[in-house]
Design a protein around this ligand. Structure first.
Ligand code: GUN
Length: 292
C-alpha cells in the first residue's frame, strides 16, 4: 500500500480551511505565520515558498521576511525580538540551515516558546519528552498524522529510526515510544556509529529513514510486511527534469516497495505532511493565545 501524503495532506488542509473559515465567520482574525529566510539557498527557497502558499490555501496570513546571506546574528536576533512582541503574529519559523556566521542554537532559543511552531526550542523539546502539550516538529508530526490516517498498528511494534537529527530522527523516536494513539512502539535509534544497521532494520516492523543518504535502505534490509516512512529529499542531478534535478528518498523504492506492507513515495509522501504539521501548529499557537 502506498502511504499517499499528497492526498492525505489535501484532506487535512481542507479541514484546516473549514476551521479557519469558521473563525473568520465569528469575526476573529486569521492565524498568522511569520517565516524568516536568510540568504537564498535553492532548497530553502522552495520550502519557504511552499509554506507561504499553503498558508494562503488554508486562509492563514503569512509574512515572509527575507534577509541577506551576510546578515549578522545580532540583526536576526533583533528581527526575532520584533516578531516575538508582535501581537498579530502567532507562529515564527526561521528556515534552517542558517549561514555560518549565525548560531542556529542561539536563534532557536530566541524564539518565544509560545510562537515556536517548528518545535525546535529546548522548551518545546523538553515538553515533548515529558509528554506535555507542545509544538511537535512538523516532519515527525506529519508522519504521526499519516500513521493515524492509515490506522497503522504501532502498539508494541519495533520501530527503527535511522538518523538522530533534532529536526526529524530524535523527535520521531520520542513520539513513537510515547503513550500516544500511534506510539507505544519499542524504538531503536540508528546513526552513523551503529554496528549491524542492516540486521537491526531487518527486525523492524516500522522503519523511519531520516539520514539524508539517497537509496540507503535497500530491499535486503527490510522485513516482509514492514511499514516504511522515507524522509529523504536529496536533490540529484537529472537533465531530463525542467529544474535540472529530481528528489530522491533515503529508501530504494523499487526494491523496498516489493516487500513493505506500506511505504511513502518520494516525492508525495512525508514532504506534504510536513507542511500540514506546520499549519496545525500555527493554528494551535493562535488558539492557545486567543483562547478560541
Ligand atoms: N530545514 C529543514 N527542515 C526544516 C524545518 O522543518 N523547519 C525549518 N525552519 N527549517 C528546516
Amino acid at each position: 500500500m502506498l502511504l499517499d501524503g499528497k492526498q492525505v495532506s489535501q484532506v487535512v488542509k481542507t479541514t484546516l480551511k473549514t476551521q479557519t473559515d469558521e473563525l473568520l465567520q465569528r469575526g476573529k482574525r486569521a492565524p498568522h505565520l511569520a517565516a524568516v529566510l536568510v540568504g537564498n539557498d535553492g532548497a530553502s527557497e522552495t520550502y519557504v515558498a511552499n509554506k507561504v502558499k499553503s498558508c494562503a490555501e488554508i486562509g492563514f496570513r503569512s509574512t515572509l521576511i527575507r534577509l541577506d546571506g551576510d546578515t549578522s546574528e545580532q540583526t536576526l536576533l533583533e528581527q526575532i525580538r520584533i516578531l516575538n512582541m508582535d501581537e498579530a503574529i502567532d507562529g515564527i519559523l526561521v528556515q534552517l540551515p542558517l549561514p555560518k556566521q549565525i548560531s542556529e542554537q542561539r536563534i532557536i532559543e530566541a524564539i518565544s516558546p509560545a510562537k515556536d511552531v517548528d518545535g525546535f526550542s529546548p522548551v518545546s523539546v523538553g515538553k515533548l519528552v515529558q509528554g506535555l502539550e507542545t509544538f511537535v516538529p512538523a516532519t515527525p508530526f506529519g508522519m504521526m498524522l499519516l500513521l493515524e490516517h492509515y490506522n497503522i498498528d504501532t502498539k508494541g511494534k519495533h520501530a527503527v529510526v535511522i538518523g538522530r537529527s533534532n529536526i526529524v530522527g530524535r523527535p520521531m523516536s520520542i513520539l513513537l515510544s510515547s503513550n500516544l494513539p500511534k506510539g507505544n512502539c519499542t524504538v531503536t535509534i540508528c546513526h552513523s556509529h551503529t554496528h549491524n544497521l542492516a540486521e537491526i532494520c531487518r527486525e523492524a516492523d516500522i522503519i523511519v529513514a531520516a539520514l539524508g543518504r539517497p537509496g540507503f535502505v535497500t530491499g535486503d534490509m527490510v522485513k516482509e510486511g514492514a511499514v516504511v516512512l522515507d524522509v529523504g529529499i536529496t536533490r540529484v542531478k537529472d537533465d531530463t527534469a525542467k529544474s535540472g534535478f529530481r528528489l530522491k528518498g533515503d529508501v530504494n523504492f523499487e526494491e523496498v516497495s516489493a516487500k513493505a506492507a506500506a511505504i511513502t513515495p518520494v516525492p508525495g509522501g512525508v514532504g506534504p505532511m510536513t507542511i500540514v504539521g506546520l499549519m496545525k501548529n500555527t493554528l494551535d499557537a493562535y488558539r492557545r493565545k486567543l483562547d478560541t
